[in-house]
Design a protein around this ligand. Structure first.
Ligand SMILES: [Zn+2]
Length: 231
């Protein structure tokens, strides 16, 4: 195989290596990406706090209502026991009951509102907990698929790396240096010549160079400096 041919083969290995490294980093990103899971966990924690708060408020509203009802019962028993005879006191007691009853109506409305808030929050917690469960399962499944994929890529990469080293050993250091320099600046150091044109820049290659390339010399394109290769 000509020197340009060996460099072309080395380039194919380098491109394959690049592709595999890209795949590896994509798999690693996916393995590490738990943003959706973390955000669902945070959402659930905050909704649980809201639920606890709503339940506390409901409980204390229930107690306030019970206190009011107890007060009304006590006054009612005074009113209807017959022990209180003083008409003025009776009128006052009736007034007090009336006031307490209107307070009760207000408190009952508040309690109803708090009860529906608790119910809504409970429903939200349930929904988020379900979503979190689903996300966890998906996450675990993804880990199970991606871990072996990662190992496969790592093995392929190691093999390619070895093959690349073997290929590079067959190329003299000067040519290897030229190859690496052009690779860094242009991304692709070796290009084929087809129908007399350099496939790197599409400029026609002079016949003399074309012939030297054919003879196996290491020739670079006059225009783009890439190493020319003829199959
Ligand atoms: Zn060129």
């Amino acid at each position: 195989m000509s020197l340009a041919g060996r460099l072309y083969k080395l380039q194919q290995l380098d491109l394959e290596l690049q592709k595999k490294q890209q795949e590896l980093s994509e798999v690693e990103n996916q393995l590490g990406d738990n943003k959706a899971l973390v955000s669902a966990e945070l959402r659930l924690a905050s909704q649980k706090e809201q639920l606890e708060d709503a339940r506390k408020k409901q409980k204390s509203s229930e107690w306030e209502l019970e206190d009011l009802q107890e007060k009304i019962r006590q006054i009612d028993s005074k009113l209807y026991s017959g022990k209180t005879k003083d008409p003025k006191e009776l009128v006052n007691l009736e007034k007090e009951v009336k006031g307490l009853k209107s307070q009760t109506t207000i408190k009952e409305d508040i309690l109803l509102g708090l009860m529906s808030l608790t119910e809504e929050t409970e429903a939200r917690v349930k929904t988020t907990a379900g979503e979190l469960e689903k996300l966890k399962k998906e996450w675990e499944q993804r880990q199970e698929t991606l871990r072996p994929r990662k190992s496969e890529i790592e093995i392929a990469l190691a093999e390619l790396q070895e093959e690349r080293e073997r290929s590079a050993e067959q190329i003299d250091s000067e040519a290897f240096g030229i190859y690496e320099r052009i690779r860094i600046t242009t991304g692709q150091a070796v290009v084929k010549v087809e129908r007399g044109r350099c496939l790197g820049c599409h400029i026609t290659v002079p016949t003399s160079q074309w012939q030297k390339t054919k003879a196996g010399d290491l020739i670079q394109c006059n225009n783009c400096s890439r190493i020319l290769y003829l199959e």
